[in-house]
Write a protein that binds this ligand. Sequence first.
Ligand SMILES: [Cu+2]
Length: 65
Amino acid sequence: MKKIVVKGMTCGHCAGAVTKTLETTEGIKNVKVNLATGEVTYEDAVGVDAGVIKDKIKKAGYDVA
Ligand SMILES: [Cu+2]
């Protein structure tokens, strides 16, 4: 289980967008977003590079702490 903190999420739509962004990444599943804290946890079966994750989240309109 990996954990990141995503900044800029304000509602369920944001949480859904971040979840979708991560879940469409090969090897990543079980994405869970805590909207109150910005904490996002996920399982990563293939060791996706942290920079790749960050880029995807930025493209979706959010930022990684
Ligand atoms: Cu939102």
